[in-house]
Design a protein around this ligand. Structure first.
Ligand code: AMP
Length: 177
């Protein structure tokens, strides 16, 4: 009888310890995750990995940053005739990008409030969004650049440097290129 009671007690203790471990792990998971996508076919791979890593109750924000078209040239040829009508073109492009982001979000059951198109430089805007929204993990894609590409830098590099939270860079394989 005594041995039976001891074995029940041991079993109970084991269950409590297991429960505490599970509870601790649950608390360790990411609750607010930012997934940066360039809206290419690779975006699904990045998003899939993010959902695997994020906790089941995590809030996932999908972010695309639209760079201003005149960003590169306006400093060189500020009055260029080529810039006239650029605003309309940019707005039209923004509309198409929004549709792509919405379709991607729907595929992954993300609420529309969590889909964001920001304007500016990708790394800067991603950092800013992360800070303002208490993001704990940023997920981005990377092609594992080597040589010249690495020297020139990539969005993944720029996001990694200066991020105030964890960053997961998902290696994009040759198959998805
Ligand atoms: P890249 O360095 O341009 O090859 O992009 C690598 C990764 O950075 C992409 O897989 C996305 O996760 C992210 N990224 C690139 N461009 C953007 C963008 N315009 N907006 C948001 N994320 C981006």
């Amino acid at each position: 009888m005594c041995a039976y009671l001891i074995s029940i007690k041991t079993c109970l203790c084991q269950h409590i310890i297991l429960y505490l471990i599970l509870l601790e792990n649950e608390m360790d998971t990411y609750e607010r995750v930012l997934v940066a996508v360039d809206l290419s076919s690779e975006s699904e791979v990045v998003l899939q990995k993010a959902q695997l890593i994020a906790g089941s109750n995590a809030v996932v924000h999908l972010v695309y940053v639209q760079e201003p078209m005149d960003n590169v040239y306006v400093g060189i040829v500020p009055q260029s005739a080529a810039f006239s009508g650029l605003g309309d073109l940019e707005a039209q492009l923004g509309e198409e990008l929004k549709q792509k982001l919405t379709a991607l979000g729907e595929n992954f059951n993300l609420p529309s409030d969590n889909l964001h198109i920001l304007n500016g430089s990708p790394a800067h805007e991603i950092h800013r969004f992360a800070e303002n929204n208490g993001i704990q993990l940023i997920v981005i894609g990377t092609h594992g650049q080597k040589g010249l590409q690495l020297l020139l830098g990539s969005t993944a590099n720029a996001v990694l440097h200066g991020a105030g939270c964890d960053v997961l860079s998902v290696r994009i394989g040759a198959a998805t290129k």
